[in-house]
Design a protein around this ligand. Structure first.
Ligand code: SOE
Length: 386
């Protein structure tokens, strides 16, 4: 539907996927005043209770019905990874703007095709790297860009969770058919790598990776189970090859070196993403577990902790805030801020575009290729950018 003379609340969205993240998409979209016309689940029967819980009026009977609905301007894809490629391709061909959960697709051949389709379409295309939209992460980016840290030397970072730390924990991501060959690296390592590239402005050139499967046999439930939810009932033992965790050494094109840990088996960490940049003039660090704080480290002056207050932040960092200082903003606000940027871009092609696009989604897939090759050969592998 043409977007001329429309404002953000005039746009309409549909969400594919009614699991944990699909629900987050619905609620974040609505905070923009945008109507979620309907949702599509793995079946209408499974989607209906979620639609009722969220107050979404319509459950699509099929993806075709969704794409043929003229009301739908933007399609959000929050389905299992192996469904992304075909669903995104069809949405672009149907003339819909697309927000796709990471990873964009499970192979770099697929992400390359989606990048080319998206570029040719003239549509807005985004990958759901929401970590770019925490105010303090944007503030860190501003401080790197204004030279306050000097040259970035050493980057340390991690993304740790514990929801898959026991052999009775199961999720579709564990199955390489549904999730792809990489699990922890593609599911959460992708967030960490994208965030580091966003903050530093540097791209990964080489990786040395070890992929770790600490639980080679898991108990798969014979029924369905959701992300971050434990299964109950009958199970069957299955062999697992996807990575529970990974250790990465990374070289960046601006000269920085990275030391990264990714884990979905770290007891006590529910959803902890963090980084520290050591520069030639200062250091800076942020952790999602202390989401409102930004640590700045100095040699010849006191270190400081900047607590989020839009009046003290750069213009770009203040722009992703919703609430004044002291009113804590977290995970869900980062989705709202991301979609506000995407939907503004749909209406105004000159609006800022610091959200991740399919170009970034394809770049990340090439980094994943290098990680897989490095783990196979126990060697440094160059990222084959194209
Ligand atoms: C599970 O690891 C998960 O839901 C990821 O898939 C999301 O991308 C991340 O934001 C939270 O954890």
């Amino acid at each position: 539907m043409p977007t001329a003379n429309r404002s953000v609340p005039d746009l309409r969205a549909a969400v594919v996927g009614t699991g944990f993240i699909g629900r987050v998409h619905v609620e974040a979209i609505r905070r923009l005043g945008v109507e979620v016309v309907g949702v599509l689940g793995s079946s209408p029967e499974r989607a209906r209770p979620v639609a009722e819980e969220l107050g979404v009026r319509h459950v699509f009977a099929s993806y075709r019905e969704l794409l043929e609905d003229p009301q739908v301007d933007v399609v959000h894809i929050a389905s299992p990874n192996n469904a992304h490629f075909e669903q995104v391709r069809q949405a672009l061909r149907a003339g819909k703007h697309v927000v796709c959960e990471k990873p964009l697709a499970t192979t770099s051949a697929e992400t390359r095709e989606l990048r080319e389709l998206a570029r040719a379409s003239g549509l807005v295309h985004a990958v759901n790297y929401n970590a770019r939209f925490y105010s303090q992460v944007v503030e860190a980016r501003s401080r790197v860009a204004n030279g306050e840290l000097g040259d970035i030397r050493l980057i340390t970072g991690s993304y740790r969770q514990d929801w898959l730390a026991e052999d009775t924990d199961w999720n579709w991501r564990i199955d390489t058919e549904a999730g792809g060959e990489l699990r922890s690296v593609a599911d959460i390592g992708s967030h960490l790598l994208d965030m580091l590239g966003f903050v530093t402005g540097q791209r990964v050139t080489h990786v040395m990776a070890e992929l770790l499967t600490f639980l080679p046999v898991r108990q798969r439930p014979t029924g369905a189970v959701e992300t971050f939810r434990s299964a109950d009932g009958a199970t069957e033992p299955v062999d697992v090859t996807s990575d529970d965790a990974a250790t990465l050494l990374v070289r960046f094109d601006g000269g920085a070196r990275g030391l990264l840990a990714i884990s979905q088996v770290s007891m006590g960490h529910k959803n902890s993403i963090e980084f520290e940049l050591a520069g030639s003039s200062a250091s800076i660090a942020w952790a999602s577990d202390a989401v409102e704080q930004l640590w700045i480290g100095r040699r010849h002056a006191a270190n400081e902790v900047l607590t989020r207050d839009p009046f003290l932040l750069s213009e770009q960092a203040a722009a992703v805030a919703t609430l004044p200082g002291g009113h804590v903003e977290g995970f869900e606000n980062s989705f709202k801020a991301l979609y506000r940027a995407v939907y503004r871009r749909i209406l105004d092609g000159d609006a800022p575009q610091h959200f991740a696009t399919f170009d970034d989604g394809h770049h990340d897939a090439l980094v994943m290729d290098a990680i897989l090759e490095s783990a196979r050969t126990s060697s440094w592998v160059a990222v084959e950018h194209d």
